[in-house]
Write a protein that binds this ligand. Structure first.
Ligand SMILES: Cc1ncc(C[n+]2csc(CCOP(=O)(O)OP(=O)(O)O)c2C)c(N)n1
Ligand code: SF4
Length: 286
């Protein structure tokens, strides 16, 4: 497969220079490197600028409700675990309205690749503060500077029992594609949180700002992504944001534990439905 085979005829409408272009490119490169056929790939998105992404893929897509990318993706994965299911959110979609779903998907270790485009604000709605907005930052909804302390997706993921936790930067597409490829191969829930500039509404966290504020974990002496203590240490550094594969652990995935046969989609099982019972229930609500 070539990355271009995943291109759809529609051209992205994102602003010129948006970090979402780098993410888009990296997902396609990862899917091509894994030789995934377009019909075996599903992209599920939430609501936001990131939510346009599934429209530009030559693959299956589902544009869900705000904050609901993970539950939709979980449903798809459980019904047909042979599919590669990539869920995509913004920082608002994932860490604000979708936070409960995020934490439960993590603890279940369900086999999704979850990509969060973190531009540190709500972009589609014109730049309000989000849960990852820096303290003191002036946004459309915080004209006097945000008075809330930000939260960090990868740290939350580690606390919730995440088994694959990575952070990428949309300005480093080759590294990002390699991280996504690894995440797609992971057996269980893989979070790839991506530092991704919104060139229109966020004039603080720019490409140059990120380049000055990131550290690649593979450059840290003795870094081992299997070492939980090292992962905490790297995530605790708020001056230099840890980028790369931060933590990885082998644990059975949810679908492996709950499905009778991972290779046989639920859709193909002979699940006997008692139609008369169903009708009775429906009649009660007519
Ligand atoms: C239930 C619900 N609440 C609020 C909105 C309005 N809304 C649309 S997009 C959005 C935030 C988008 O921010 P984020 O998820 O970070 O995505 P981005 O646009 O930055 O990619 C909000 C609040 C909505 N569509 N649905
Ligand atoms: S508003 Fe920001 S996040 Fe949305 S497309 Fe433009 S640059 Fe990208």
């Amino acid at each position: 497969m070539k990355a271009k085979e995943f291109y759809h005829r529609l051209n992205p409408t994102w602003c010129r220079g948006c970090g979402l272009f780098g993410i888009f490119d990296a997902i396609k490169r990862a899917a091509a490197a894994l030789d995934i056929e377009p019909e075996d790939l599903v992209i599920v998105t939430g609501i936001g600028c990131h939510g346009r992404l599934n429209n530009y893929f030559n693959a299956y897509g589902f544009h869900g409700l705000h904050g609901r990318a993970t539950p939709v993706a979980m449903g798809i994965k459980l019904v047909n675990p042979r599919l590669h299911v990539v869920a995509m959110s913004g920082d608002g979609d994932a860490y604000s309205i979708g936070l409960g779903h995020f934490v439960h998907a993590l603890r279940k270790n369900i086999g999704l690749t979850y990509i969060v485009s973190d531009n540190r604000l709500y972009a589609l709605t014109q730049g309000q503060a989000s849960p990852t907005t820096d303290f003191g930052m002036v946004t459309l909804s915080t004209p006097l500077g945000s008075k809330e302390y930000p939260i960090d997706g990868p740290s939350l993921a580690l606390a919730a029992g995440g088994t694959f936790i990575a952070r990428g930067f949309s300005g480093e597409v080759a590294n990002l594609a390699a991280l996504i490829e690894r995440g797609m191969k992971h057996d269980g829930f893989a979070l790839i949180d991506i530092l991704s500039p919104c060139v229109t509404h966020n004039k603080v966290n720019t490409y140059d700002w990120y380049r000055d504020h990131i550290v690649h974990v593979q450059d840290l002496p003795g870094y081992d992504p299997k070492d939980r203590a090292k992962a905490w240490e790297s995530l605790s550094n708020t001056e230099k944001l840890a980028v790369g594969l931060i933590y990885e652990e082998a644990k059975p995935s949810f679908e492996e534990l709950v499905l009778p046969d991972k290779e046989r989609p639920i859709a193909s099982l002979d699940l006997k439905v008692d139609v008369s019972r169903l009708r009775k229930i429906m009649d009660r609500f007519r």
